[in-house]
Design a protein around this ligand. Structure first.
Ligand code: GLN
Length: 541
C-alpha cells in the first residue's frame, strides 16, 4: 500500500509532549505490524540544532548518518527501536536553504520565488520523501512549535495542501492541546482548546483527532463539549493524562483507543491487536525494582535536563533490565573541585562524566574522573568525559602535570587530547564535527569486549578532538589501555583502566543507541558495576 500520513500539530503551549505522543502512537501502530517512521519539522531558522547551545535547545541528537537533529528523534528511536536519519528532521532553515540554492541554480526558470508555492512545495516534498521510499506503511510527521506562531504558518499551510494532495483517508491531523484545571473554579477548561482548534481551522486545517493533555481525567461531558465546538467525533477526543513515566504513554493511548481511531480514519481496516508484551515486560521491571543505586552525573548543562536527555533515558533502560532503581543526581561540574571531591562524590555507587565543549567546568570533570579512579568507584566517561579521564590519568599517573586537551589549553606541553587532523583547516562550524556512526574494533578480553560480547561495534560520534596517539605507549604501560580503535584511522574510541573494577570512557556517544528494547550494554554494565559496588559496601558514605 502507498504510505499513509499522520500529521501531529500542537496548540495552546509548547512542551505538551508532541514527541512522546507521536512516538507512542508510532509504537502502537508498529506493534500491530506496520512499518512506521516518525519525522520532525522544526520552524526555526538554524539549519540544524548542531550550532545551538544545549541551554537553548536541549540535547543535539545524532543519527547514524551523521545528522545533528532535534532531541525528539531520540524518543522516536527509543520507542520504535529503529534508526532515524537526516531525512527525519527538517527545519525552516534547511527548507529556505534548499529553495535559495535552487533559485541560484536557476531551477525556477525565471519565476518569482515565494513562500507559496515554493517554500510550501519544498516542505511538502520533504513530508513525502520517506513515504516515497516504499519502506514505510505509515509516516508520522510532528510539526514543531505551536499553531498560531508566525514561523509555523508555512508548515501548517503545507499540511493543508498535503491533505488535499493525498485525498480522503490517506492522511489525518492529530492536534495536541491543553485542558487546564482551574483550581479556584474547580473545573477543567476547554476554551484554550477551542481557540487553538479555531486557529488551525482558520488556516484551513480541520483536525481529525484531538489529544488533550490534562492533569485530571476528562469526563464525558467535557469530551462532548470539546467534540461539539471543535467539530470532531466524541471518540476522537483523547485524554492524555500526566503519566508517571513517558514509557506509560503508549499503554495510556491504547486505553483511549488512539491507534484504533487512527486506523479507522485512515481506512486501514482491522489488524490484530498490538503486541506489547516486550514493552509491558520492560515497564514491569521498571516499576518493580529489587535494588537501588545512586549515580552522580557530572556535567555543565545540568540545570536543564533536556541537555542530557539520551543519557537520562539510557539510565532508565539500563536500570529496568537490572531491576534496579537508578537515582541520578546531576552535579554542576563548576562546583566540583579538588578540595571538595569526597563531600560531593562519596555518596555515589557510580560516577558518569558527561559530554561537553569548552573550558567551563572542565577541571571539576577531570577531578571527578580521578576521584572515581582512586576510590575504585565505577566510572563511565562519555566523549568529553572520556577525554577528561585521559587528562586525569596523564596528570596523576604519568606525572604530566600540565597535560590537557588542546581544546582548552592551546599551549599545553602535553596535549594528550588533540584536534583531529582533518578538523585543522575547517572554517565553518555547522555540521563539520566528526559525526555519525563509525566502526570500532575491540581488544580481545578487554572490559569493552566483555561488555559488548563481540569484537566489532558501530557507535555514533560528535566531536573534534581525539586521544593523541603519541602518548599511547605511555598510557598502556601505566595501565590505561585503548580497548576500542577505529580500524581505518587508528583513532582511539575507548579507554579503560585495568586495575579498577569498572573504569571506561568512550569517545562515541552510546546513549544515542539505547532503546527500550535494546538497552545499551555500556549503560547496563555500568549499572551492574554500581550494584556490585554498593553490595560490596565499598561506598564511604
Ligand atoms: N569537546 C570535545 C570534542 O569536540 C568533546 C565533544 C563531546 O563531548 N561531544 O572533541
Amino acid at each position: 500500500m502507498a504510505a499513509k500520513y499522520i500529521f501531529v500539530t500542537g496548540g495552546v503551549t509548547s512542551s505538551l509532549g508532541k514527541g512522546i505522543i507521536a512516538s507512542s502512537l508510532g509504537k502502537l501502530l508498529q506493534a500491530r505490524g506496520f512499518s512506521v517512521t516518525i519525522q520532525k519539522f522544526d520552524p526555526y531558522l538554524n539549519i540544524d540544532p548542531g550550532t545551538m547551545n544545549p541551554y537553548e535547545h536541549g540535547e543535539c541528537y545524532v543519527t547514524d548518518d551523521g545528522a545533528e537533529t532535534d532531541l525528539d528523534l531520540g524518543h522516536y528511536e527509543r520507542f520504535l527501536n529503529s534508526p532515524t536519519s537526516q531525512a527525519n528532521n527538517l527545519t525552516t532553515g534547511q527548507i529556505y536553504y534548499n529553495v535559495i540554492k535552487k533559485e541560484r541554480e536557476g531551477a525556477y526558470l525565471g519565476k518569482t520565488v515565494q513562500v507559496i508555492p515554493h517554500i510550501t512545495d519544498e516542505i511538502k516534498s520533504n513530508f513525502f520523501r520517506l513515504g516515497e521510499t516504499g519502506n514505510f506503511d505509515i509516516v508520522i510527521t510532528e510539526i514543531g512549535g505551536c499553531v498560531g506562531d508566525i514561523e509555523s504558518l508555512p508548515f501548517i499551510e503545507a499540511v493543508r495542501q498535503a491533505k488535499w494532495d493525498l485525498g480522503d483517508h490517506n492522511s489525518i491531523v492529530i492536534h495536541l492541546t491543553l485542558v487546564p484545571y482551574l483550581k479556584s473554579a474547580g473545573e477543567l477548561k476547554t476554551k484554550p482548546t477551542q481557540h487553538s482548534v479555531k486557529m488551525l481551522s482558520e488556516a484551513g486545517v480541520q483536525p481529525n483527532v484531538l489529544v488533550c493533555r490534562t492533569e485530571y481525567p476528562l469526563p464525558t461531558d467535557i469530551r462532548k463539549k470539546i467534540a461539539l465546538f471543535c467539530n470532531v467525533d466524541v471518540s476522537s477526543v483523547i485524554q492524555s493524562i500526566d503519566a508517571e513515566s513517558i514509557y506509560d504513554v503508549p499503554l495510556l493511548m491504547r486505553k483511549e483507543r488512539l491507534d484504533e481511531i487512527v486506523l479507522e480514519k485512515l481506512k486501514i481496516g482491522k489488524t490484530k491487536d498490538p503486541n506489547l508484551e516486550t514493552w509491558k515486560g520492560f515497564l514491569g521491571k521498571l516499576k518493580n525494582p529489587t535494588k537501588e543505586v545512586n549515580i552522580g552525573i557530572v556535567g555543565k548543562y545540568v540545570e536543564l535536563q533536556d541537555a542530557y536527555k539520551s543519557i537520562a533515558e539510557a539510565m532508565v533502560h539500563a536500570g529496568a533490565v537490572n531491576e534496579c532503581k537508578v537515582n541520578v543526581d546531576w552535579l554542576q561540574s563548576e562546583n566540583v573541585a579538588v578540595d571538595n571531591l569526597s563531600e560531593k562524590l562519596s555518596g555515589y555507587d557510580g560516577i558518569l562524566v558527561a559530554p561537553g565543549f569548552g573550558e567551563r567546568g572542565i577541571e571539576g570533570k577531570i577531578a571527578a574522573t580521578s576521584y572515581a579512579r582512586n576510590n575504585k568507584i565505577p566510572f563511565f566517561g562519555i566523549c568529553l568525559g572520556m577525554q577528561c579521564a585521559v587528562i586525569g590519568f596523564a596528570r596523576d599517573v604519568l606525572k604530566l602535570e600540565q597535560a590537557h586537551s588542546s581544546e582548552v589549553s592551546s599551549d599545553t606541553p602535553d596535549p594528550v587530547i588533540d584536534l583531529m587532523e582533518d578538523q585543522k583547516n575547517l572554517k565553518q562550524m555547522g555540521g563539520t564535527m566528526r559525526l555519525g556512526a563509525y566502526i570500532c574494533k575491540l581488544k580481545k578480553n578487554s572490559l569493552a569486549n566483555q561488555v559488548y560480547g563481540k569484537m566489532e561495534i558501530s557507535e555514533r560520534h560528535r566531536h573534534r578532538y581525539e586521544f593523541n596517539n603519541k602518548y599511547l605507549e605511555q598510557f598502556e604501560k601505566a595501565g590505561m589501555i585503548p580497548s576500542g580503535i577505529n580500524p581505518d584511522t587508528g583513532l582511539v574510541e575507548i579507554m579503560e583502566v585495568k586495575d579498577h573494577p569498572y573504569f571506561i570512557g568512550s569517545q562515541f556517544h552510546p546513549e544515542l543507541k539505547s532503546t527500550v528494547e535494546n538497552p545499551h550494554p555500556l549503560f547496563v554494565s555500568f549499572i551492574n558495576a554500581a550494584i556490585d559496588f554498593r553490595k560490596g559496601g565499598e561506598r564511604t558514605k
